[in-house]
Design a protein around this ligand. Structure first.
Ligand code: PBG
Length: 440
């Protein structure tokens, strides 16, 4: 009896297949399969579309459940008769070997190079190429950064085409639902805080009824299995636009800021955050936040530390999105110098010993070497943040038709994975997941 295994019952195959990216797009089975496999936290989270493309997939996984089906249908002669015919010299017909393809006129006639290594052999067909692909990309790897505000409408962000400040009550829920439909079930929240609530000490950051805690509660109520990352830093709440408290002489006060960050992280955890992510670059904040969380009974809440966060100009569009530009100066006394590599190891050791669960590098593509450095020096999961400026450059290049936006998007994400990132925070999360699922 032949039994066909339907997609939802065989998770092992689904997971395996979901790691394939570079399948030719005409392989409809993979398109449908990928999409269905990604968001399988709830069995009915994704609509199983009875599409034509699902049919060959089912055929691929047909298994023979019983051997008592009787002999195969007889085609004519027996095995012995066929063998005897060949032995007697009656070789059956088969298609001829194709002729050697001709070269264009003028091609020089040369002796073959005597080389034993020809790496092109393993690249010569799509099947071989996908068999030997070392890195995979899946919506499960994405964390989707979302901007929220108190408003009812979604406000487009000029410097980030396709991104909006989403109304926390409506637009946000819709966006999260769309992301979940294609297997992106992790988000990170960035609030646009009303100016009137900003103070030098950023106390709104730990207001339990503030925008972020309120939004977390709403999201968790609607989507309990959604993984919510939060940003821990004072800049959206600071009247100075800095990640920490600014002293009269312009110095960013470390330990006092850490005190505030602990309260912020606990408030986010209380609201239901799964992963708190200090992006402030104060010294000692990971250990302090760990202790504060544990003291309040939040042992289960993870810390994703921005381990190597550089003082980068690639954050420009983000600061426009949140209206969070520093009111004076820059962030160079706490964020790292883009010229530095070894220094990331110092941050790595501190974060590891202080109890970070995930280590993050930011920005992403210009800092692939740092991602690889952390990957090779820590067993912890590594996150890469493809920041606003990286996103906007690809978008702009696409709009101007200077590059193929979709291909460059997928390549940039794959490269972050190749460098060693387990997860990627990217504004492309929804677009890329749709593309991986064969949707536009
Ligand atoms: C602030 C924060 C920033 C980003 C994430 N968290 C900006 C900054 O450090 O000034 C940047 C993200 C991006 O550019 O996409 N704590």
């Amino acid at each position: 009896m032949l039994r066909s295994i339907s997609a939802p019952t065989n998770a092992a195959f689904i997971v395996m297949a979901s790691t394939i990216l570079n399948m030719p797009l005409n392989v409809g089975t993979i398109k449908g399969l990928d999409c269905r496999s990604y968001g399988n936290l709830k069995p009915n989270a994704l609509p199983i579309r009875p599409s034509v493309s699902a049919l060959p997939y089912r055929r691929m996984f047909v298994v023979k459940a019983s051997t008592n089906d009787g002999p195969m249908k007889k085609m004519g002669r027996s095995d012995a008769e066929c063998e005897a015919a060949v032995v007697a010299g009656n070789i059956p017909e088969a298609p001829p070997v194709p002729p050697i393809p001709s070269s264009p006129a003028g091609t020089p006639a040369v002796r073959s190079l005597e080389i034993s290594r020809r790496p092109r052999r393993n690249r010569r067909s799509p099947v071989l190429r996908s068999a030997f692909q070392e890195t995979s990309l899946s919506p499960a790897n994405f964390v989707y950064p979302l901007f929220i505000h108190e408003g009812e409408e979604d406000t487009p962000i000029g410097a980030m085409p396709g991104c909006y400040r989403l109304g926390w009550r409506h637009g946000l829920l819709e966006e999260v639902s769309k992301a979940r439909d294609v297997g992106v079930n992790s988000i990170v929240l960035f609030p646009k805080v009303p100016d009137a609530l900003k103070t030098p000490t950023g106390d709104e950051a730990y207001n339990d009824s503030g925008l972020v805690p309120r939004t977390i509660r709403l999201l968790k109520d609607k989507y309990p299995d959604l993984i919510i990352y939060t940003d821990v830093a004072l800049d959206p709440y600071s009247s100075d636009g800095h990640d920490g408290i600014v002293r009269e002489d312009g110095v960013i006060m470390n330990d006092e800021t850490v005190h505030q960050l602990c309260k912020q992280a606990v408030s986010q955890a209380r609201a239901g955050a799964d992963v708190v992510s200090p992006s402030d670059m104060m010294d000692g904040r990971v250990g302090a936040i760990r202790s504060a969380l544990d003291a309040e009974g939040f042992q289960h809440v993870s810390i994703m530390s921005y381990t190597a966060k550089y003082a980068s100009s690639f954050y420009g569009p983000f600061r426009e999105a949140l209206d969070s530009n520093p009111r004076f100066g820059d962030k160079k006394t706490y964020q790292m110098n883009p010229a530095n590599y070894r220094e990331a190891l110092i941050e790595l050791r501190a974060d590891e010993s202080e109890g970070a669960d995930i280590l993050l590098v930011k920005p992403g593509l210009p800092y692939l070497d740092v991602i690889r450095l952390l990957r090779d020096n820590s067993p912890l999961p590594i996150a890469a943040y493809q920041v606003s400026g990286e996103y906007s450059m690809i978008k702009a290049g696409g709009v101007l038709k200077m590059i193929d936006e979709e291909k460059v998007m997928l390549e940039s994400l794959m490269c972050l994975r190749r460098a060693g990132a387990d997860i990627i925070l990217t504004y492309f999360a929804l677009q890329a997941a749709r593309s991986l699922c064969g949707e536009k």
